[in-house]
Write a protein that binds this ligand. Structure first.
Ligand SMILES: [Zn+2]
Ligand SMILES: [Zn+2]
Length: 176
């Protein structure tokens, strides 16, 4: 029935004022996405309002709300997402040094479904760049304070049984 369909007039841009935070739960060409690639676990699509020449999302079909919920058991999924990102950028002839991948950290995510931003630098302008800051942490932290976390920072944080947040990630707490 028509009432179930995602209204096509809605912009899928992340900054949209419409309440469509769950739109990434149903990514398909029929729902208005420009799907680039998919398999049974992951789907990749172009961002409507790209921050740079090539900008797309890789998302798991399984519902994971955000990077905050990622745990050690998700490492393989994450590595698969990064791998897909690299393969697509490779096909687009984007050099390794110009590739950037990462996640927004709640509450600085407007989509309530985990999505890996895959980008070919440079950014179109400074305000676009500001949305995706990567801040390195001082040892033993994997990242500094920022609302965006790089894919490899994320993998190394969750591999150590920690979780990702806005603030520099704490050292693993010793039990007892
Ligand atoms: Zn979802
Ligand atoms: Zn995002």
């Amino acid at each position: 029935m028509r009432t179930k369909a995602l209204p096509l007039h809605l912009s899928l841009h992340e900054d949209s004022k419409y309440d469509q935070s769950r739109a990434f739960c149903n990514v398909s060409t029929e729902n208005g996405f420009e799907v680039m690639w998919e398999d049974e676990n992951l789907v990749t699509f172009r961002v409507r309002d790209p921050a740079c020449e090539h900008h797309f999302q890789v998302i798991p079909k399984e519902h994971i709300p955000s990077v905050r919920q990622l745990r050690k058991s998700n490492v393989e999924t994450l590595k698969a997402m990064v791998n897909v990102g690299h393969q697509l950028l490779e096909q687009l002839a984007v050099e390794n040094t110009m590739r950037k991948m990462g996640f927004h950290i709640p509450p600085f995510n407007s989509m309530g479904h985990l999505h890996l931003h895959v980008q070919a630098l440079p950014y179109k302008n400074f305000s676009k760049k500001l949305k995706y800051p990567i801040v390195d942490g001082f040892k033993p932290f994997q990242k500094g304070f920022s609302w965006f976390v790089e894919a490899h920072q994320t993998i190394s944080i969750i591999q150590q049984d920690r979780s990702v947040g806005l603030f520099p990630c704490e050292e693993a707490r010793s039990r007892g």
